[in-house]
Design a binder for this molecule. Sequence first.
Ligand code: TYC
Length: 125
Amino acid sequence: MKSVPLSRVDILETGPRMTDREESDGSDIGVGVVSKTSPKTKRPSLYKVLLLNDDYTPQEFVVWLLQAVFHKDAEAAVRIMMHVHQKGVGVCGVYTYEVAETKVAQVMEISRRNQHPLQCTMERE
Ligand code: TYC
């Protein structure tokens, strides 16, 4: 019977058997399995930054502040200011905790420096 030449795979598989998880001396190479039990990303909680009305802070100052701190255009700033003026409270924006905290601190500090009683706070959405 005519013998068929050995292929490269036949030759390799004639040697000592070794699994994918062994070193050549047969010792374990320490490959583990990483199992994911929960999704790795969680959406952050969001917080509304609220502006409160008062009888003394000039409307023009509030409009300027909304543009400077909250990046509102003139039209949106006037709309928010008038909403707060008429309803007593209004939302300036919605942010993650640290951003909201920074905006509140900026509003309070700028108002204080300008001797206006304007109040700003935050609440979880
Ligand atoms: N009520 C103020 C006034 O008539 C204007 C004002 C608007 C003040 C919004 C605070 O958050 C505020 N001068």
